[in-house]
Design a protein around this ligand. Structure first.
Ligand SMILES: C[S@@+](CC[C@H](N)C(=O)[O-])C[C@H]1O[C@@H](n2cnc3c(N)ncnc32)[C@H](O)[C@@H]1O
Length: 218
């Protein structure tokens, strides 16, 4: 399974950087970073687009990704002196170094949260913050209403930002990837985050099939 994920993301890594739903929400995540003299870990940094933005807000960024091609592209496209990129499976990351911020975009659904969350708590310094943007499985009336707004808004924004033409390789790479994605519902996520982090988490639905989580370690 991990090999399939690596192979699939090695292919996706070679696609052009384009506007996507994750970018739409980057400002919300950046707003959670308030201390410049701090360090951040980006789990599943991909081609480093967000790591580079983060590097303007903190002292040092450590970007890790399972896919060697993602890391190669991150070094080529979004490198800065205060970013260190590494091919690294989060499941095997050493717990010797602790971070003020741990951020992750569109990656948590590839992790086993029951295992990953206690590890994240250990990796955070006292008063450290976990900031997550990820996808969830729609269910129930609230999600259906969001769908009714998201589907036309998505079409409009995509055409506006990326133009009408569809890149065949992009379509094929994501189609091949889709069978590797499994999402939890908002309710399931809320339960697991409350169990392994705290009842005090901030968890909210966002329009484009995503949620945002903020947890502060006390
Ligand atoms: C959908 S991409 C998102 C990349 C980037 N965060 C972004 O928003 O563009 C998910 C990334 O998570 C990485 N990933 C998946 N499982 C991982 C793991 N166990 N450890 C580290 N990275 C992982 C994949 O290789 C992939 O690059």
């Amino acid at each position: 399974m991990k090999d399939d994920i690596i192979n699939s993301f090695n292919r996706i890594a070679l696609l052009e950087d384009k506007w996507d739903h994750n970018q739409q929400y980057e400002k919300l995540l950046i707003r959670e970073i308030s201390n410049q003299d701090r360090t951040a870990l980006d789990i599943g940094c991909g081609t480093g687009e967000f790591a580079q933005k983060l590097s303007k807000k903190v002292q040092g960024v450590y970007g890790i990704d399972l896919s060697p091609v993602m890391i190669e592209e991150a070094i080529k496209r979004h490198n800065e002196d205060n970013i260190q990129y590494n091919i690294q499976d989060f499941d095997e990351i050493s717990e010797d170094v602790k971070y003020d911020y741990i951020v992750s975009i569109a990656t948590f659904h590839h992790l086993n949260l029951e295992r990953a969350l206690p590890k994240i708590v250990r990796l955070l310094k006292e008063n450290g913050k976990l900031i997550v943007l990820d996808l969830y499985e729609r269910e129930g009336i609230v999600d259906r209403i969001l769908d009714c707004i998201a589907i036309p808004a998505n079409y409009f924004l995509r055409v506006l930002k990326n133009g009408k033409s569809v890149d065949d390789e992009e379509k094929a790479a994501w189609e091949e990837h889709s069978h590797l994605d499994e999402y939890m519902t908002f309710k399931e996520l809320s339960n697991v985050y409350k169990e392994y982090l705290s009842k005090e988490i901030k968890l909210k639905r966002l329009l484009f099939w995503r949620y945002m989580l903020v947890y502060e370690k006390k």
